[in-house]
Design a protein around this ligand. Sequence first.
Ligand code: NAD
Length: 426
Amino acid sequence: MSADAFGPDYHLQHPLFKNALQLIEESGSLVNVDKNVLERLKRPKRCLVVSVPVRMDDYSVKVFTGYRVQYNSTLGPYKGGVRYHQDVSLGEVVGLSALMMLKNSVLGLPYGGGKGGITVDPTKLSRTEKQNMTRRYTSELGTSIGPQIDIPAPDVGTDAQTMAWMMDTYSQERGYTCPGVVTGKPIEIGGTVGRTGATGLGVVYIAERTYQRLGKTMTGSTIAIQGFGNVGAHAAQYAYERGAKIVAVSDVTGGIFNGDGLHIPQLQQWLKDHKTIAGFPNSQKITNEELLLLSVDSLFPCALDGVINEKNVDQVKAKIIIEGANGPLTNEASQVLHKKGVVIVPDVIANGGGVVVSYFEWVQDIMSYFWDEEEINKRLSSILYKAFDTSFALAKEKNVDMRKAAIACAVQRLEKAMLLRGLYPR
Ligand code: NAD
C-alpha cells in the first residue's frame, strides 16, 4: 500500500473519486467554469464515519463501520443511496457521493450529492441482525439526516425494507412519523408508485429520444440488452411494448439470441419459473461478450461497469448505446466510439429515472398527497428529456461525447448557483 493511503487525505485517493475529479476538471474547462468554483467542487463538504455496534443472534456484539458523505449541498439537501457491501470504504463513498452531485445536477433536481454505506457482507447477516445494524446506523447518523438535510435511498445490498427500518428509527427518535427522510420505501408507508420500474422506463424514454434526434424510430429497431435484473428486464419490457425487436438479453449465466426478436413477456414468465433466462425456447445461446458485439441498432448495457473497454471497443457495432448500468463503458472506450459516430448516452442521464422518481416520492411525502402512475411517468419523461436535450445540444456545439457534455451541464448549473450564493462568510 502506498504511503498516501495513510495520509490525512487518504480517502481522496480512491480511483472512483479520482475518475470523478477528472470528469469535473475536463468538463469544467470545456465550458470555462470559474476556477474557484472548480476548487470547491473537488472536495467533499462533510464525511461522517460512525461505529455501528450490533447485537448478533448468538448474543455477541460486532462493531461495523458506517459512512455518510455529504459532498455538496449548493442545490438542496444531500441525496444518494446507502450501500451494504464488504468492499465499502470511505474513499469509495466519497467517489459515489461526487457522482451523485453530478447526476442530481444534470437532471435539474433540487438536490446536492450524498452517499452512505456500511462495510459488511449483508448476505452473512440474519434479518434481525440486518435490522439491528440498520437501526443503529440510522441512530448514529442522528440529526445529520432529515427531509431537508440529507435523504438516503436504497443501493447495492439495501432495499425497500431497509428504508422502512431507517424511516421508522428516525421517526421513533423524533416522536412523529417522518416519511420524507428516505426514499425507496414500500408504498404502504409513503413510497411511490412507479419506483420499481423507473430506471428501466427512463432508459427507454432516453432511447426513444435518441432515435428521434437521429431521425429514426425505435419501433422495429433491433436492441441487445446486457443484464436482465431490475434495470434490464424493465427496459426490455418497455422497449418491447413500443414495438422494438429485443434480439438478445443476458444475465450472469450468459445470453440468449433470436434475430426475429425475443417474446419478452414470455421470457419474464420463464425467468420467474426457472430463475434464469438460460434455456428459453426459440433462442440461441450466446456469451455475454458476444452480446456486446452484436450488429444491432442499439445496445443497453444494464449489468456491470467497465464491460466495454480497450479490449473489445473496436468490435462494438451498435450505433446507439444507452448506459443503463453505472459506468459500463470506460472513458477511453466512450471516446473511441464517439469518434466513430456512435451516440452514447451516459449513465448520469440514461439511468437517472430511479433518482427522479425518488425525488417525486420525497415531494409527495412532503405534500402528503400522492400521484398516480400516469402522472409520475409524464413528469419523469419531461425531466429526462430536458436533461437529454441540453446535453445533446452542448455535445453537438462543442463536438464532444455526451458524457463530457452532461458533466459540463452539471458543473455549469452548480457554478451558477455557487456564484449566486457566494462564499460564506465572504
Ligand atoms: P440487479 O441485481 O437487479 O440485476 C443485475 C443483472 O445483471 C442480473 O440479471 C444479473 O444476472 C446480471 N449480471 C450479473 N453479472 C453479470 C455478468 N457478469 N454478465 C452479465 N450480466 C450479469 O441490478 P440492477 O438494479 O438491475 O442494476 C444494474 C446496474 O444498473 C448496476 O450498475 C446499478 O448500479 C445500475 N443502476 C441501477 C438502478 C436501479 O434503480 N436499480 C439505478 C441506477 C443505476
